[in-house]
Design a protein around this ligand. Structure first.
Ligand SMILES: [Zn+2]
Length: 407
């Protein structure tokens, strides 16, 4: 009998763990990024259907509702930039809670809204109106990540050392509106929140390129935890220190909370109708989620409040929100250290493409302005006028070439 029990033990331990399921990731992204959901535009009925799906999955996993009035939904009012689509019924964050009886809580989030039918701004298509923007990577991938982590942690037999608050935000594409609303109107005691982990675009993992992890300098504990967890799970990563950027973790960082941001990088389908499920790397995403789960566990082993550290990288591009008279239509590799800016892709029918700039190019000078990094590039762009032609100096295959760019 004793022998039998011992033999059974490893199986029991495995059964308690609820591994991340590639099949489940595929199921979630298939639904969320289907043509039928019409791109989950903020405040639309399509987005409401996505919200209902997320709430149902939270319920299946056994999470407690932590939205308004005992529901999973936290409703807020938001406007689109062009004012056309103000949804009178508001938009919804979807909030589920895993109560582990702990003193402190971690927030695990991802936005589930996207650009809908191209009517609400933000599309990089030349004529986006009426076109499906399925947003498989941005950000059905992150939502699938939240749902799988919720199932993973809620259905194991282990009480983690944090309570886990899972939130799928709306209104991100309109300017982080849902996460800002939650941070200003938290449905749990905000002082109990230790940190926020955000997943936005985690569906295009390329192991050789690595995962970008942002927010590393926002707590003194992150470096060791992330180094240990990436070593343990064999995920290569690129560090980005700053706690701000174009996604929802920023809303928590500005409230003095440590954040981590997981991101597989920009690509030529970014904010275009071609961001579809056929390009998702499900196995890669599962590996990333294994890493995030490991980071959550290691964070629980810190036996005190996770200390916050202010850090806004003066050179980080993602926190620069300026207004320009001109744009290039470049997709940038934000993890490139410089000098220069590294081009990840070019947008069709925009000045960079017309000038013959290609993915893989490093632009080192624009007009009279040498480009040290993305911030320098942003500053240079602010100096040009529509219709002006300037020389771009480009490093391509180790050679310096020059291309005239007309804005
Ligand atoms: Zn996004």
């Amino acid at each position: 009998m004793k022998k039998l029990l011992l033999a059974l033990l490893p199986c029991l331990t495995l059964a308690q763990q609820t591994p991340i399921s590639v099949g489940k990731l595929r199921q979630h992204i298939t639904f969320l990024a289907s043509d039928d959901l019409r791109g989950r535009g903020t405040g639309t009925d399509d987005e409401r259907r996505a919200a209902a799906y997320i709430a149902e999955e939270f319920q299946l996993a056994g999470l407690l509702p932590k939205g308004d009035n005992g529901t999973y939904f936290q409703t807020f009012l938001t406007k689109t930039k062009n004012g056309n689509l103000t949804p009178p019924a508001g938009a919804n964050n979807v909030v589920g809670y895993l109560d582990n009886g702990a003193k402190r809580t971690l927030v695990i989030g991802a936005h589930y809204d996207h650009l809908g039918m191209g009517l609400q701004d933000g599309s990089l298509e030349p004529n986006p109106q009426g076109k499906l923007h399925n947003g498989a990577d941005d950000n059905a991938s992150g939502v699938a990540g939240v749902l799988e982590l919720a199932r993973h942690f809620a259905t194991n037999q282990i009480a983690e050392k944090h309570n886990l608050l899972f939130i799928c935000f709306s209104g991100e594409e309109l300017g982080l509106n849902g996460s800002r609303y939650f941070a200003n109107n938290p449905t749990v005691g905000f002082e109990a929140i230790d940190a926020m982990l955000n997943m936005d675009m985690i569906g295009r993992f390329e192991p050789a390129k690595g995962l970008t992890i942002g927010g590393l300098a926002t707590s003194p504990v992150w470096n060791k935890i992330v180094t240990d967890a990436t070593t343990a799970t064999g995920v290569r990563f690129r560090a980005d220190s700053t706690g701000t950027g174009g996604s929802d973790h920023t809303s928590f960082y500005v409230k003095n909370l440590p954040v981590l941001f997981f991101f597989t990088g920009v690509h030529t389908d970014y904010h275009k109708t071609s961001d579809d499920i056929d390009k998702i790397n499900f196995e890669g995403e599962a590996k990333i989620l294994g890493l995030v789960a490991d980071i959550i566990k290691r964070t629980g082993e810190v036996n005190e409040k996770i200390q916050f550290r202010q850090y806004t990288d003066p050179h980080a591009a993602t926190n620069v929100r300026m207004s320009f008279k001109v744009t290039m239509g470049l997709l940038l590799d934000y993890s490139f250290d410089g000098p220069g800016i590294k081009v990840d892709g070019v947008v069709a029918s925009r000045p960079a493409q017309a000038a013959g700039i290609q993915a893989g190019d490093t632009v080192v000078k624009l007009g009279n302005y040498p480009l040290e990094n993305v911030r320098g590039y942003m500053e240079a762009l602010g100096k040009f006028e529509k219709g002006q032609t300037v020389d771009a100096q480009i490093l391509r295959d180790g050679k310096l070439i020059s291309k005239p760019v007309t804005f």
